[in-house]
Design a protein around this ligand. Structure first.
Ligand code: NAD
Length: 376
C-alpha cells in the first residue's frame, strides 16, 4: 500500500479519526508528557513488530520513548517497508522477516517478544506461530475473531510457556486508573450505571475493517470493544446478560456481518446496568459515564490517544498525559520479566472473555432477545 493511501485509511479509522492528536506525532517534551514509572528490574523487552501498518507506526514512534522496550525485529510482507523501517529503527537484516519465514525467529536470541498488529482475522495464525517460536506474544485487540480461536491462542501460549498479552492500552492510562482507584476505594458508593459511547465514521469502503473475512465483524470488534472493556473495568464486574439491537443505514458499505451501529445493554450481578453504543457511522463518540449512589465519573474523551479528560463529583481528574503505547510497552516489560501484576488485567483470558461478550451481543442482535453471558 502506498503512503498516501495508508494515510487516507489512517485518517478514516478510529485510531486516527476519533482523536485530536492524530496526524502528527508530538514529542513528550513538547507536551509535558510523563512516562509511568516502572519498578523492578530494568531488563529491556526486545520486540519484533508484525504488520507494519498505521497502528504499528504509532507503536514504533511511541517505543522510541520506552525505558524498557525496544524494536528488535520487523515482520512484513512488503520488502520496501522492511528496508525503510529497518534503517529507521536500526533493525539488522537478520531480524527482518516476512509472513512466510518469521518462524525462524525461534533461533534469534535477540528477540524476546512478537507484537502482532495485523488485521483481526490473522491474529490467530500469527499468535500461535509466534508462541511456537518460543517468544512472548503481545496481540492487538480484538484478540481474535471468535472466542474459540482466542482460547486456542491462550492454550498455544500456555503450551509453549510464553506469555500472551492483549494491547489494551487504556488499561495503563493514568486518568482511567484514577477512576478505577476511586471506585475500588468506594468513592462512588454502590454503582448503578455505566454508559459507554464509542464510534467514528469509517471512511474508505475498501479497508479491511469493512471486510468480514479480515475483521470478523464490524464496529463492535474494532471500537465497541472499548465500551465493553470500559463497562467491565469501570463497574468492576463482569456482565451476565445482554440485550442488543443493530441499526444499518448503509447496507452497501456495511455488508452482511459487518455491523454499522449496535446499541447494547449489559446487566451485572450487582444489579448495575450498562448502556453502550458502538458505531462506524457516528462521529464524536468517545465518552464514558459512571454513576453510583455517592458520586459519578465522566470521561470525554475516554479511549482516544489522549489527552484523556474527565471529572468526578470530587473535581477534575487531571492526571498527566502519557503516550499510551510508551507506557503500555514499559509496563508489559515489567509484566513479562518481573511478573508484575497490572492493575487491570490484559491477559489472553480477558481477551477471550471480551470475545464471548461480543458473541453474545451479536447473538442478541439476531435473536431479538436478551441473551445470557457465561464467561470463561
Ligand atoms: P492497517 O491496515 O493500518 O495495518 C495492517 C497491517 O497489516 C498492514 O501493514 C498490512 O500490510 C498488514 N497485512 C498483513 N496481511 C494483510 C492482509 N491479508 N490484509 C490486509 N493487511 C494485511 O491496520 P491497523 O489500524 O494498523 O490495525 C491493525 C491491528 O491493530 C488491528 O487488529 C486493529 O484492531 C489494531 N489497532 C489497535 C489500536 C489500539 O489503539 N490498540 C489502534 C488501531 C488498530
Amino acid at each position: 500500500m502506498n503512503k498516501s493511501r495508508r494515510q487516507f485509511i489512517q485518517r478514516l479509522t478510529f485510531s486516527t479519526a476519533a482523536i485530536p492528536l492524530l496526524s502528527s506525532w508530538v514529542s513528550p517534551a513538547a507536551h509535558n508528557i510523563i512516562a509511568q514509572d516502572t519498578s523492578g528490574s530494568q531488563k529491556v523487552l526486545r520486540v519484533a513488530l508484525m504488520g507494519l501498518g498505521g497502528y504499528a507506526e504509532r507503536v514504533a514512534e511511541a517505543m522510541q520513548h520506552c525505558k524498557r522496550a525496544s524494536i528488535a525485529g520487523l515482520i512484513s510482507g512488503t520488502p520496501a517497508k522492511l528496508e525503510k523501517w529497518g534503517e529507521k529503527y536500526k533493525v539488522p537484516e537478520s531480524s527482518r522477516h516476512n509472513y512466510e519465514n518469521f518462524d525462524a525467529i525461534k533461533d534469534n536470541p535477540n528477540i524476546d517478544a512478537i507484537y502482532v498488529i495485523t488485521p483481526n482475522a490473522l491474529h490467530h495464525n500469527h499468535v500461535i506461530r509466534a508462541a511456537q517460536a518460543g517468544k512472548h506474544v503481545i496481540c492487538e485487540k480484538p484478540l481474535a475473531i471468535s472466542a474459540k480461536e482466542g482460547q486456542e491462542m491462550v492454550d498455544a501460549c500456555a503450551k509453549a510457556g510464553v506469555k500472551l498479552l492483549v494491547g489494551y492500552r487504556m488499561r495503563f492510562e493514568p486518568n482511567t486508573l484514577e477512576v478505577v482507584k476511586l471506585r475500588q476505594a468506594g468513592a462512588f458508593g454502590r454503582l448503578k450505571f455505566f454508559q459507554g459511547q464509542c464510534g467514528f465514521v469509517a471512511g474508505d469502503p475498501a479497508q479491511w475493517r469493512l471486510n468480514k473475512e479480515l475483521a470478523g465483524g464490524g464496529s463492535l470488534m474494532d471500537i465497541g470493544i472499548y465500551a465493553i472493556n470500559g463497562a467491565r473495568y469501570m463497574l468492576g464486574e463482569d456482565p451476565i446478560w445482554v440485550a442488543a439491537q443493530e441499526t444499518k443505514t448503509d447496507p452497501v458499505k456495511f455488508k452482511e456481518g459487518v455491523d454499522e451501529t449496535i446499541q447494547f445493554e449489559l446487566g451485572f450481578p450487582s444489579g448495575a446496568v450498562a448502556s453502550c453504543l458502538s458505531s462506524y457511522n457516528i462521529s464524536h463518540l468517545d465518552r464514558f459515564f459512571l454513576s453510583g449512589e455517592k458520586g459519578f465519573a465522566e470521561m470525554w474523551p475516554s479511549t482516544g490517544y489522549g489527552p484523556i479528560k474527565g471529572r468526578t463529583h470530587q473535581g477534575d481528574l487531571g492526571k498527566p498525559h502519557t503516550i499510551h503505547q510508551t507506557t503500555q510497552m514499559d509496563e508489559m516489560a515489567a509484566i513479562i520479566f518481573d511478573n508484575k501484576t497490572p492493575i487491570l488485567p490484559i491477559d489472553g483470558l480477558t481477551g477471550v472473555q471480551d470475545l464471548q461478550i461480543i458473541e453474545a451481543i451479536y447473538k442478541s442482535c439476531s435473536s431479538g432477545r436478551r441473551e445470557t453471558i457465561k464467561l470463561a
